[in-house]
Design a protein around this ligand. Structure first.
Ligand code: BTN
Length: 254
């Protein structure tokens, strides 16, 4: 992990053998004043959390559970962009280390051969229009051999597709490297250009029919593009094109 310290981004590293959830721990640290660039890693999580209140399994020695603490001066409604930056960084990092063909299911799942290998859970603390902190949680199935029956059909691991053990350390180091490039680019220029370019190139969503579920309605539409703001553009059945902001909706392939 010494190599992580060489990055401009990393401020402090917490490494656990076991923790309930790296995101929950990160949140506690952020509230206590931890700086941007603090990273929490755990060999195992006993209460890993997924999106929409789901459980995330993180068995010992075979998964990556990491959380980054960020303190960006952006508006709360721009926090969803950080999820996309993370997805792009993870996709590139996995490709660099494994040579596998990786796809991004907009906005925050990384899939290989149509099965999920990584999930991202972004959580923020904000007051009115100001962000206090953003926690980006990344969970990757690296060397997991068997999944529970409930998720067997939809989940896979890097080892399963690569046919060999993959170094968790190499993946983590590359994620930090790629993330810091894309993140500072966004923070310093306000542009998501590079991230969007990666998300489009690696998209498993574009060209597909998707179901967009938000609080008030469900829309069936075709995903046609990702705009410069990282929003998904979809064409509704009546031909109208609307933009979808990640974080507000759940997008499912049908
Ligand atoms: C999802 O796809 O539902 C998101 C999964 C996010 C899992 C990661 S593992 C590290 C961090 N700590 C957590 O409790 N969750 C995230």
């Amino acid at each position: 992990l010494i190599e992580l310290k060489l990055s401009r981004f990393v401020d402090d590293i917490y490494y656990f053998d076991k923790v309930d959830s790296t995101n929950s721990f990160a949140k506690k640290l952020a509230l206590e004043g931890a700086k941007e660039g603090t990273i929490i890693l755990s060999n195992e999580q006993t209460g890993g959390r997924g999106r929409l209140g789901r459980v995330w399994i993180s068995p010992p020695c075979s998964s990556i559970s990491m959380s980054l603490i960020l303190k960006p001066s952006i508006r709360p409604w721009d926090a969803a962009k950080i999820t996309e930056i993370t997805a792009a960084a993870v996709a590139i990092a996995i490709e660099k280390v494994t040579n596998l063909d990786v796809n991004i299911k907009w906005p925050n799942d990384i899939i290989i051969q149509n099965k999920k290998v990584c999930g991202i859970l972004t959580e923020m603390g904000a007051e009115l229009d100001n962000i206090n902190y953003v926690i980006v949680g990344i969970g990757i199935n690296v060397n997991i051999d068997e999944f529970p029956d409930e998720i067997k059909e939809v989940a896979t691991s890097l080892k399963k597709v690569a046919g060999k053990e993959i170094s968790r350390k190499e993946i983590v180091i590359n994620i930090v490297r790629e993330f810091e490039k894309l993140y500072y680019n966004f923070i310093e220029t306000g542009s998501l250009k590079e991230t969007v370019e990666i998300c489009k190139r690696k998209s498993a969503t574009l060209g597909k029919t998707v179901k967009i579920i938000n609080k008030s309605e469900t829309i069936i539409a075709e995903a046609v593009d990702i705009n410069d703001e990282g929003e998904l553009l979809v064409r509704k059945e009546n031909g109208e094109i609307i933009s979808v902001i990640s974080g507000e909706v759940s997008v499912r392939g049908i």
